[in-house]
Design a protein around this ligand. Structure first.
Ligand code: CA
Length: 157
């Protein structure tokens, strides 16, 4: 079995959409990991370290934004938000919280694959050692630092 397939974590509670994505992604040589809730999504994310996350915002246990916040504490993994909601504000909030892209339901095979390719391509660019990559890493690290250590310098006596 080939081990260099991209791993995509899909967090979606609707089985028919999960099945649709599984069929599409696996027939296009991606490895798909599924979760049906926010809690399961966190577990699967930590144990599988996926290359990309497709995240439904309307999950049964918690809002998908809770997962997004959890992931963005220490991971730059690309996240595509999936939502049936037509409310523009949900998409704006998700993008502001660190989502890379969004797909509005219902969506077709071609759009799903194009968004996945784009997200993985942008991510790959950011890890290359060109100017763009360094710039991205620098920005990302400064965000991480400002989030992880908001307190002033330690005073170890
Ligand atoms: Ca849902």
């Amino acid at each position: 079995m080939s081990n260099n397939k991209y791993k995509i974590l899909v967090i979606e509670d609707e089985a028919n959409i999960r099945n649709f994505m599984e069929t599409v992604l696996e027939s296009n040589n991606y490895q798909m990991i599924c979760a049906g809730s926010c809690a399961m999504g966190k577990t699967m994310f930590l144990s599988h370290t996926p290359d990309l996350v497709i995240l439904d915002l309307g999950l049964p246990d918690e809002d998908g934004l809770v997962f997004l916040e959890f992931v963005r504490r220490d991971s730059p993994v690309p996240v595509i938000v999936l939502s049936a909601r037509t409310d523009e504000q949900d998409k704006v909030t998700a993008l502001d919280m660190g989502a890379n892209d969004y797909i509005t339901k219902p969506f077709g095979t071609a759009e799903l694959l194009a968004r996945v390719r784009a997200a993985l391509r942008n991510c790959r660019l950011s890890t290359q050692t060109d100017t763009l990559g360094h710039l991205f890493t620098l920005i990302w690290q400064s965000i991480t630092i400002s989030v992880v250590s908001p307190c002033p310098a330690k005073t170890s006596a």
